[in-house]
Design a protein around this ligand. Sequence first.
Ligand SMILES: [Zn+2]
Length: 100
Amino acid sequence: MTDQVEHLDCRCQDFRHSIRFDIEDDTGYIYLSTHIDQCYPWYKRLWIALRYVFKRDAINGQYDVTFIKYEDYDRIRDILRRSEIASAAYFSRLREQLAP
Ligand SMILES: [Zn+2]
């Protein structure tokens, strides 16, 4: 279950480049989500979607970029710290369950 959500805006201020961090409290896992690029015309996006539906990867995949601002470094450290704490607790619980 995802319990913590953080958003990080791109240096260029385009909200489509924002990154969403979903941090699971139970495991500390972090899921990074970005918006799908909409710069192509509709027929190209449809072609990409069809290739995705039929699991035909593009040659280099579909990527977008987010420039992380220096001012956000502390927030990123905090996100990773929270994930580290939750992950350590999760793996500690797993070790206790597996211990004889
Ligand atoms: Zn940007």
